[in-house]
Design a protein around this ligand. Structure first.
Ligand code: ASP
Length: 366
C-alpha cells in the first residue's frame, strides 16, 4: 500500500485519482487519501499524521540522535503489518514536525478536521500520530474540542522507525484496531501506548527513554490492547468531547497562557514579565499542594487588579489542590491537573470567560 506524498502530489496535479487511490480535500485544505479498494465489511479509520519519533529516522539500530517527522503517513501505515486486514485506512498528513513544534494552529486544524470528517458516515474512527513530548497536552485539547462519539485515539513512539525493535508499528496497529472498535465509542480521546489505553485527560508522559512511557498518574489506565482487542476497566468521569462548551471552529489561535515554575528563591518578577508580555492567564507550577513563597503570594495578589486569572497547580504530579486561604489574588485551583494540562484547559476557558468563579467551575468540571 502506498500513501507516499509524491504519488499524492502527482495525482493531485493531474486527475485527482490514481489507479489505487483517490484524494479529496478537507475544508482546512488537507488532502485525504482513500484506497479505491476499500472493503465494505471493514470499518474505516482516518489516520492524521503530525510527525514525532514514530515518523523519525536516524542511524540504523539506534534509539537516540534521530530526526523526528521524516516518514509520511503512507509509510507509517505500511509499517503496521496486518492493519489492512482489520480496517480500511485513509491517510491525512497534517504536518510533519517534532511535537515540541506543534502549535495552537495545528491543534485547531486537527480538531476541525476530525469534526468535519466525523460527519462522514463512511468513517468510523480516527487515529492521530504525534510526538510523545507534548502528546499529553494535545490529547487533552482534543478531548475538550472534538465533537463526536466516534473513537479518537492518539499514539506515538519512543524509538524512531530506524531503531532496533521500533515501537511505532505496534502502537499504530493497536491504535487503528481500537479506533475501529465499537466498544471505543463515546469514551473521549484515548492514548494507546505500549499496549495500554489511557484517557486523554489523565494521561502523562512519565519516562524520557522507556517504551512504556505513558501512564495516568493516580488513576491507572482505561485498559489494555492485546493483539488488536481492547479490554476496558476504567472510564474518565470528567466531561469531554460532545459534553464540552468549547468551540474552536472559527478560531485561528488560542489565548496565550504563561506557566511559572516555583522553586526556592524563584524570582517573582517572572510574573511581571508574563503580565507585560500580554498573556491572558498564568498557571503556577507550585511546590507541594500548589504552594509558593510569601513574595510570590504578594505579587500574585498585586496582579489581581489586571483581571488575569492565576491557576495554582503542583509540580509534584500527584494529588489534588484544595482550598487554602493563605493564597490570595485572582486565583483558581487547578484540581489534579499537571501544569501543562492546566495551561491547555485555561487557554480553552479563556475563549469563553476570564471570570475567576467560572474558571474554577470549569477546572472542577473538566
Ligand atoms: N521529540 C519527539 C519525541 C517523540 O516523538 O517521542 C517529539 O515529541 O516529537
Amino acid at each position: 500500500m502506498i500513501f507516499a506524498q509524491e504519488q499524492e502530489e502527482k495525482s493531485k496535479n493531474s486527475s485527482q485519482t490514481s489507479d489505487e487511490y483517490s484524494f479529496y480535500e478537507t475544508k482546512s485544505g488537507l488532502s485525504v487519501t482513500v484506497s479505491n479498494n476499500e472493503k465494505e465489511d471493514l470499518p474505516t479509520v482516518a489516520v492524521l499524521a503530525t510527525g514525532g519519533t514514530i515518523a523519525g529516522s536516524g542511524t540504523a539500530g539506534k534509539a537516540t540522535n534521530y530526526t523526528a517527522g521524516q516518514l509520511d503517513v503512507g509509510t507509517l501505515v505500511d509499517s503496521a503489518a496486518g492493519v489492512t486486514d482489520i480496517a480500511n485506512v485513509r491517510g491525512i498528513q497534517v504536518c510533519n514536525v517534532g511535537s515540541d513544534d506543534i502549535t495552537d494552529e495545528n491543534w485547531i486544524t486537527i480538531a476541525n478536521t476530525i469534526n468535519e470528517l466525523a460527519q462522514d458516515e463512511n468513517i468510523d474512527g480516527f487515529v492521530i500520530t504525534h510526538g510523545t513530548d507534548t502528546l499529553d497536552e494535545s490529547s487533552y485539547f482534543l478531548n475538550l474540542t472534538v465533537k463526536t462519539d466516534k473513537p479518537v485515539v492518539m499514539t506515538g513512539a519512543m524509538r524512531p522507525s530506524t531503531a532496533t525493535s521500533a515501537d511505532g508499528p505496534m502502537n499504530l496497529y493497536q491504535s487503528i484496531a481500537l479506533a475501529a472498535n465499537e466498544q471505543a465509542k463515546g469514551k473521549g480521546v484515548m492514548v494507546v501506548f505500549s499496549d495500554g489505553i489511557y484517557g486523554g485527560r489523565d494521561v502523562q508522559k512519565i519516562s524520557t527513554c522507556q517504551t512504556d512511557a505513558f501512564d495516568s498518574k493516580d488513576f491507572g489506565g482505561m485498559g489494555y490492547m492485546v493483539d488488536g482487542v481492547p479490554y476496558f476497566y476504567n472510564d474518565s468521569v470528567k466531561c469531554h468531547t460532545t459534553e464540552t462548551e468549547f468551540d474552536v471552529s472559527s478560531l485561528k489561535e488560542l489565548p496565550k497562557v504563561g506557566v511559572a515554575y516555583f522553586t526556592i528563591d524563584a524570582d517573582p518578577e517572572i510574573l511581571d514579565y508574563y503580565k507585560e508580555s500580554g498573556v491572558q492567564g498564568i498557571v503556577i507550577a507550585g511546590a507541594g499542594s500548589g504552594c509558593y513563597s510569601e513574595q510570590w503570594n504578594n505579587k500574585i495578589d498585586e496582579l489581581a487588579e489586571t483581571g488575569i486569572p492565576v491557576v495554582r497547580c503542583s509540580r509534584i504530579g500527584s494529588g489534588v489542590i484544595t482550598q487554602d486561604d493563605y493564597f490570595i489574588g485572582n486565583i483558581a485551583r487547578g484540581n489534579d491537573l499537571a501544569p501543562q494540562k492546566a495551561a491547555t484547559l485555561l487557554r480553552l476557558i479563556l475563549t469563553v470567560t476570564n471570570d475567576i468563579e467560572q474558571v474554577q467551575n470549569m477546572f472542577d468540571k473538566y
